[in-house]
Design a binder for this molecule. Sequence first.
Ligand code: AMP
Length: 190
Amino acid sequence: MNLIIFGPPGAGKGTQSKYISKRFKLYQLSTGDLLRNEIKNNTELGLKISSIINSGGLVSDEIVGNLIEKFVSNENYKNKIIFDGYPRNLKQAESLDGLLKKYSQKIDIVLKLSVSLKTIKKRILERQTQEKRTDDNEEIAIKRYETYEKSTKPILEYYKKQNPIKEVNGEQKIEQINKEIGDIIELIEG
Ligand code: AMP
């Protein structure tokens, strides 16, 4: 089973992906993590993309497409992938479709973790009283939220044509979100 998880920055997407991957023995494919690793390891690619990532821009579709193909083409991960942070635009969604077809796979579930901007702001404020993070201020959060909303809308419309989107209320307690996502996956897995 392959799954895509969408959610605005701060929605708890990473936490939920970790939980799902452990429980259902899936592989969490986070393009953000993969790209950050390239930078950490000072690879040729890492050097090329570090300034883009640090300025909050998007890496080219070709670069992320190549990273994704390494996993989609790998038999060990066949039908066991949680796509986290990919696709980020319509072109990436189309190219993912092409890749999955090439390796005889498909997307089985599209999950959307919904959290309002008001809640995201509240969470940031709470975090700020604990530990200050440079990328964690309200202004940047609003910007990232708006970018997410704008770019995700057309992708969700695209997937809606293939399958209903499974929406989970991300404002609930972590355990409740875990449960609802688990139920959705179990139902599809049969
Ligand atoms: P994330 O951890 O998903 O927020 O990603 C961190 C950064 O990695 C983003 O701000 C982008 O610069 C880059 N990135 C991650 N996923 C993608 C993607 N699918 N397409 C382009 N850039 C991406």
